[in-house]
Design a binder for this molecule. Structure first.
Ligand code: ADP
Ligand code: GLC
Length: 482
C-alpha cells in the first residue's frame, strides 16, 4: 500500500470545467479500491467550500505573505479524503477556476497555482505535521507543474508522477514571474523550467517528474511529434523512457443509462427500444419537431478548435440538409458560439445550440442521441466518446489520441466480426466528416446492424479498474527508482 497525494485543480462533483474534473473525481476512488491511501488536494474555490461538509482545519501556513489553511473534508459520494488549500486571496472569487466570468484568464494565475504547489510540496515533505506523508505525489496538468521541480531539490522526498491531460495548456508566464515567485535559481535553465525565456509550469512537471503519463497510449506516442506536442516534443522524446500512456476510465456510477436519474427513461443494452423515449423527451425540451424516427446527432463540448469545430462549421450547411437533428451543448470561444447561433437561426427545424454549461442536459443529450460528434483535431483521451459508447450513442470521431484507442470503425469487416462500435473519419476534413455522417445515416436504416453496433458499444469495459492497476504498478516503479 502506498500513500498517494493526488493533486488536481478540479474534481467532480465539487468543481469541473472538463475531463480533468471527471478524472480527478473518479480515479482516486478507483485507487482506494486498489488499496492505496489516497488524498486528493484541491484549491478551495467558493463552490468547493460550499459543497463540502464536516470540514476540519488541519494546518495553517503562509506563502508569499498570504494566509493559507489546509482543510480536510470528503469528496461527496466517495470515501476519498480531500485536502483543500484555502487561500482566500487566491481562490475566493466569483468566476471559474482559471478565468473570470467573461472567460478572461486571471492575471495572477502563476501566483495562485504556485501557492497551490507550495502547499503540496509542504505536505509531501511533511512540513505541515499532518501525521501522514505521501510516498507518491501524482500531479495533473500545468497547475501542478511546479511540484516535481521543487521536490527535485530535496534528497528525501516522495516519488512524483505527472499526468498530461492536455499539452495545449501549458501555464507559460513571462520571465519576471520566475523572480516574482522566488523560485530557486537552479531551476532556471534550458532543461528546467525555462521555456524560450519564459517560465513554463508544464515544463517544470515534465522535466522533473520521475514518471510521466499521458491519458491514452496513442496520445503518449503522438506527443513525441511536433504536430501534437506544442513545442515540447524535444523534451518528451528526451524523457521517453519515463513516459507511458494509461487510458482514462469513466465513473460508472454517474454515467450509466440504467440508473441515470437525469433521464426521462432509463435503459440498458437489453432494453434498447426504450432509448428513443429520451429522444422525444429532449425534442420536447428543446422545442425541436417531435419524431422518434429521425436520427439525432449530439455533442457536448468546450467550444474550442480542439473539438473539431472548424471542420464542423465547414460542413454544417450540408449536414443540416440531411434528414437528421443536431443538438450541441457547449460553451467556449465566442466566435464559435456566434457562428453556431447563426446556423440555428437559419435551421430551427433541425439544429439546436444550447450555449452554457449544464450537467443534467449533458446526460440527456448522451441518452437521446443516436450518434455523437467528436471530430477532434487532437484528443488526449476524451471522455464523451466513452460516455456515448456506454449510452449506445455511436461516436463519429477522428482517429486521434484516445478516440483512436476506443472507437472501432463500422467497416464491413468490423461489422462482420462484431467489433465495430462507431465511425472513424479517414482524415480530418469536412468532406470526410460528411462521408462518415452519410455512412452512419445509411446504417441507421438497417436496425439489426445498428443495434449490433450499439450492443458492442455498450458492452465495452471502460471502468477504471485496469487503469488504476496500471497507475499502482507505475507508482511502485517510481518509488523503487528514486
Ligand atoms: P475535455 O476535457 O477536453 O473538455 P473530455 O471529453 O475529456 O474533454 O471531457 C469533457 C467533460 O466535460 C465531459 O464530462 C463533458 O460532458 C463535460 N462538458 C463539456 N462541456 C460541457 C457543457 N457545456 N455542459 C456540461 N458538461 C460539459
Ligand atoms: C483533457 C483532454 C481530454 C481528456 C481529459 C481528461 O481535457 O482534452 O481528451 O479526456 O483531459 O484526461
Amino acid at each position: 500500500m502506498s500513500n498517494v497525494l493526488f493533486v488536481s485543480s478540479e474534481a467532480f462533483p465539487l468543481i469541473k470545467t472538463g475531463g480533468l474534473g471527471d478524472v480527478a473525481g473518479s480515479l482516486p476512488s478507483a485507487l482506494l479500491k486498489q488499496a492505496q491511501d489516497v488524498r486528493l488536494l484541491l484549491p478551495a474555490y467558493p463552490d468547493v467550500l460550499k459543497n463540502t461538509t464536516k470540514k476540519k482545519i488541519l494546518a495553517k501556513s503562509s506563502y508569499y505573505y498570504l494566509d493559507v489553511e489546509l482543510i480536510e473534508s470528503r469528496l461527496p459520494g466517495t470515501n476519498v479524503t480531500v485536502l483543500l488549500v484555502n487561500c482566500p486571496a487566491a481562490f475566493d472569487r466569483p468566476g471559474g477556476p482559471y478565468s473570470n466570468q467573461f472567460g478572461r484568464e486571471w492575471d495572477d494565475n502563476a501566483l495562485r497555482f504556485a501557492i497551490f504547489c507550495h502547499a503540496a510540496v509542504d505536505i509531501a515533505l511533511n512540513k505541515l505535521n499532518l501525521n501522514w506523508q505521501p510516498d507518491i505525489v501524482h500531479c495533473n496538468d500545468w497547475q501542478s507543474g511546479l511540484i516535481p521541480a521543487l521536490l527535485s531539490l530535496h534528497k528525501k522526498r516522495p516519488a512524483t508522477v505527472f499526468t498530461i491531460h492536455n499539452l495545449a495548456y501549458q501555464g507559460v508566464f513571462e520571465q519576471s514571474t520566475f523572480a516574482d515567485l522566488h523560485l530557486p535559481g537552479e531551476l532556471w535553465h534550458m532543461d528546467g523550467v525555462e521555456y524560450y525565456n519564459q517560465l513554463s509550469f508544464i515544463k517544470a512537471g515534465l522535466a522533473y517528474a520521475d514518471k510521466i503519463t499521458a491519458v491514452s497510449p496513442t496520445y503518449a506516442k503522438e506527443i513525441l511529434e511536433p504536430e501534437y506536442a506544442y513545442g515540447l516534443d524535444g523534451l518528451l522524446s528526451h524523457r521517453k523512457q519515463h513516459l507511458s500512456g494509461i487510458l482514462n476510465g469513466i465513473d460508472e456510477k454517474h454515467w450509466n443509462p440504467g440508473t441515470d436519474n437525469y433521464l426521462a427513461q432509463k435503459y440498458n443494452r437489453r432494453s434498447l427500444a426504450k432509448k428513443s423515449i429520451n429522444k422525444t423527451a429532449l425534442q420536447k425540451e428543446l422545442s425541436l419537431p417531435i419524431n422518434q424516427d429521425i436520427p439525432m446527432i449530439g455533442m457536448v463540448s468546450r467550444l474550442v478548435e480542439q473539438k473539431g469545430f472548424d471542420i464542423i462549421l465547414q460542413a454544417l450547411k450540408e449536414i443540416l440538409k440531411m434528414p437528421l437533428q443536431l443538438v450541441i451543448l457547449g460553451t467556449g470561444e465566442s466566435h464559435y458560439e456566434l457562428k453556431l447561433c447563426e446556423f440555428e437561426k437559419q435551421h430551427p427545424e433541425n439544429f439546436k445550440i444550447v450555449v452554457g454549461y449544464n450537467e443534467a442536459l449533458a446526460h440527456r443529450i448522451e441518452a437521446a442521441s443516436d450518434m455523437y460528434l467528436m471530430p477532434s483535431t487532437f484528443e488526449p483521451c476524451g471522455l464523451n466518446q466513452l460516455y456515448s459508447l456506454r449510452y449506445g450513442t455511436l461516436p463519429i470521431v477522428t482517429a486521434v489520441g484516445g478516440l483512436a484507442d476506443t472507437v472501432i470503425n463500422a467497416s464491413e469487416e468490423n461489422i462482420r466480426n462484431t467489433t465495430a462500435n462507431g465511425f472513424v473519419l479517414k482524415n480530418k476534413s469536412s468532406s470526410e466528416l460528411l462521408n462518415c455522417i452519410k455512412n452512419a445515416l445509411s446504417l441507421y436504416q438497417t436496425p439489426e446492424i445498428w443495434q449490433q453496433l450499439q450492443v458492442t458499444a455498450m458492452s465495452g469495459d471502460f471502468s477504471w479498474e485496469a487503469s488504476a492497476k496500471s497507475y499502482v504498478a507505475l507508482y511502485q516503479e517510481a518509488i523503487k527508482e528514486i
